[in-house]
Design a protein around this ligand. Structure first.
Ligand code: UTP
Length: 297
């Protein structure tokens, strides 16, 4: 079956980021640098790699730095040009040409479901993807491409699911799966932040989704759920009663940069993979391990 091509992405970036205070007091967590790029730049680049270049970013307060990052900065370009720093000029200019980026305000941070609902007018009656602006995927783990190919095959919504240690499942949406094929399940049920003993599996919903436009009808009807927020999970629960929803499962390569420990992991793992910084940084890390005696005993 030939499906309508997915051309639009929505990146919610309007949360308060309370897990990362005080850094997020005056700046969005999506703008925090991981090595030398703000988290959201990795997310936009991932969408572009998957062939999507119409991107709507849902912003909240402090949105200015976000918009400026993906815009031209003539003063800086002129300064760099004058000093012969042509590679830097190319890099900052390329950011403004990376994709066709639009912005809309959420108004109040009423929850992820509400943030996605705000995109309805821009997205219209088309399939679209949602990428959380603080979730980074390693390039080695092409999750979005995998999800889009499932959408192309079945024409139904696809949710990214990662295998979690069961004691961490209460921080995620969690699904009851039915195996369809390798890395592919049909979602039979979904619950937000279950206690480990009640969790239907160890598959947690992580920040990548391909949605059919019917998700907007569900979001319209959803009532505030866990934490008093409009939960995307609840809308997915309603959607799967109306049409099949698939899950794409994977095991590694995802960092929730809104969480301090994952942010640190992302910084270290992405830095050691870099050609420019990697060799020196790896040497520093092995010296550190040796000096502190972490491998002894
Ligand atoms: P999180 O639950 O990680 O965001 O939402 P949060 O509420 O900012 O986090 P903490 O728990 O207070 O630290 C996942 C994504 O959804 C966006 C966030 O910006 C993040 O990218 N979001 C969340 C919104 O855009 N609006 C909201 O009302 C809530």
């Amino acid at each position: 079956m030939t499906q309508q091509k997915v051309t639009k992405a929505v990146i919610p970036a309007a949360g308060l980021g309370t897990r990362f205070l005080p850094a997020t007091k005056a700046q969005p967590k999506e703008m925090m640098p991981v090595v030398d790029k703000p988290a959201i730049q990795y997310v936009v680049e991932e969408a572009v790699r998957a062939g999507i270049d119409d991107i709507l970013i849902i912003t909240g307060r402090n949105k200015r730095s976000l918009e400026d990052h993906f815009d031209r900065n003539f003063e800086l370009e002129y300064y760099l040009e004058q000093r012969g720093k042509h590679a830097d000029v190319d890099e900052v200019q390329a950011l403004a040409e990376l994709a066709d980026i639009h912005y809309v305000r959420q108004g109040e941070p009423l929850g992820l479901g509400h943030a996605v609902q705000v995109a309805r007018k821009h997205v219209g009656d088309h399939p679209f993807v949602v990428l959380l602006g603080d979730d980074i995927m390693s390039e080695r783990s092409p999750v979005l491409e995998g999800m889009l190919s499932i959408y192309e095959q079945y024409g139904r919504s696809v949710i990214a699911l990662m295998e979690m240690p069961i004691e961490e499942i209460s921080a995620y949406g969690c699904v009851k799966p039915e195996r369809v094929a390798d890395q592919l399940v049909r979602i039979l049920d979904i619950v937000e932040k279950p206690q480990p003993a009640e969790a239907p599996s160890n598959l947690g919903v992580v920040g990548r989704y391909v949605f059919t436009p019917e998700i907007f009808d569900m979001l319209e009807r959803v009532q505030p759920g866990v934490g008093g927020e409009i939960q995307l999970t609840d809308a997915i629960g309603m959607l799967l009663a109306a049409q099949t929803v698939y899950g794409f499962t994977f095991v590694e390569g995802r960092y929730d940069t809104g969480k301090k420990i994952d942010y640190l992991r992302a910084t270290v793992e992405l830095a050691i993979e870099r050609d420019d910084l990697g060799p020196e940084f790896r040497a520093f890390l092995s010296d550190l391990v040796r000096e502190r005696g972490w491998l002894d005993g």
